[in-house]
Design a protein around this ligand. Structure first.
Ligand code: PLP
Length: 401
């Protein structure tokens, strides 16, 4: 078969889901519990307090929802806005595209501000819109902090500065799915009204929790927002928070214990150290790409992402083939190029439970070998020779990485 699990450990360098640390796996290996017993509310109460730290908020109200990032998007939008509300949203890659699609399907009136894929949100356009909008028809700015498809990090501090400069009351809704717990993110300082993430990214847990945090202003907006919502209604959560039982429906006990262990690990390392570690991993990856003579999809340094690097391949290479080959030959999972950059880039995820040797000895080293093979094959092809590259050999005959 084309796809079978080969020997050796699986190395996840996709930008989510990421490697789960052993203490988190062990913490989740447990029986179900009665969530109405005193133990689960007690656990939840502390989780809700501690999870605020990953958003850098003291005034926010968190919701730990059994869902994914996509559900967390929906929670942010439907709790704060009414159908027909005007949103300014930035299209810079596949995930912002999907969020915009959700915004439109939920009936919001979206001003789509598009940039070339590889560039950040066009904040000059935002400024022009805010300047013109003296009647405050813009109800929200929706922005992906880190666009996982292109490896672009947007500048949220500037978004806040612009809103303040024009004294504009629009809510700021931030997708922090591939940033929170890895990149510098400051909910209170940047006046973010709803921030959200998913458990399978930098929290290094299984998929299954969407963590959403609402500012006091967002909670206030939720009292009058008319979007239809049931599963994601914050009101239901708040009712159970007040009662001290915390859950409007059945939580995943295992994921709650996993979250406890993940937060403990973050606390032990220190969130600021975690962010510094991601800076080192991002820098090392970018240096490798430069040394390979390849281009980073991210067009300017100000947008470089420390959680994912999208690498533009030479035109004679199909990046999808690199990803396939990495998986098949090295048990190495890399991210594909998505949508209009399919075949043109592959992505190296360097977020979550990773250290320097993991990135340099596995992802970077294997890529070096593969890129060398591609270059040799191309050179041979150009000179009319057919070379036997490692892809046409049986696994047992292939050299080790
Ligand atoms: N937002 C960003 C930035 C993402 O990278 C992703 C997934 O990769 C999502 C949202 C969607 O999250 P999920 O697949 O958990 O629904």
């Amino acid at each position: 078969a084309d796809y079978v699990y080969g020997p050796g450990r699986t190395h996840l360098f996709v930008p989510g889901p990421v490697n789960i640390p052993d203490p988190v796996i062990r913490a989740m290996n447990r029986q179900n519990e009665d969530y109405r017993s005193p133990a689960v509310p007690a656990l939840t109460k502390i989780l809700l307090e501690d999870v605020k730290k990953i958003f850098k908020t003291t005034s926010g109200t968190p919701f730990i929802i059994p869902t994914t990032g996509t559900g967390a998007w929906e929670s942010a939008l439907t709790n704060t806005l009414s159908p027909g509300d005007r949103i300014v949203s930035f299209l810079i890659g596949q995930f912002s595209l999907l969020w915009i699609d959700q915004q439109q399907r939920l009936g919001f009136n979206v001003d789509v501000v598009e940039s070339d894929w590889g560039r950040g949100a066009d904040l000059d356009v935002l400024e022009a819109k805010l300047r013109q909008d003296t009647a405050h028809t813009i109800k929200a700015i929706a922005i992906v902090h880190n666009e996982t498809a292109t490896g672009v990090t947007n500048n949220l501090a500037t978004v806040r500065k612009l809103l303040d400069a024009y004294r504009h009351p629009a809510l700021v809704l931030v997708d922090g799915v591939s940033s929170i717990c890895a990149l510098d993110f400051r909910m209170d300082e940047w006046g973010v009204d709803v921030a959200l993430t998913g458990s399978q990214k930098a929290l290094s847990m299984p998929t299954g929790l969407g963590i959403v945090c609402a500012s006091p202003k967002a909670l206030e907006a939720s009292k009058t927002a008319k979007s239809v919502r049931v599963f994601f209604d914050w009101k239901d959560y708040l009712k159970f928070y007040k009662m001290g039982t915390y859950w409007p429906y059945t939580p995943s006990i295992q994921l709650l214990y996993g979250l406890r262990a993940a937060l403990d690990l973050l606390e032990e390392e220190g969130l600021d150290n975690v962010i510094k570690r991601h800076t080192r991993l991002g820098t090392a990856t970018r240096l490798a790409v430069e040394a390979w003579g390849l281009k980073n999809c991210t067009q300017k340094e100000e947008w470089f992402s420390n959680t994912v690097t999208a690498v533009v391949v030479p035109s004679y290479i199909d990046s999808g083939e690199i990803v396939k080959h990495a998986w098949k030959r090295y048990n190495l999972s890399l991210g594909l190029g998505l949508n209009k950059i399919a075949g043109k880039v592959f992505r190296i995820g360097h977020l979550g439970n990773l250290n320097e040797p993991a990135v340099s000895h596995y992802a970077i080293r294997c890529l070096e070998v593969m890129l060398k093979e591609e270059r040799q094959a191309f050179a041979a092809f150009r000179s009319g020779f057919k070379v036997l590259d490692s892809r046409s050999q049986k696994p047992s005959e292939r050299p080790a990485c």
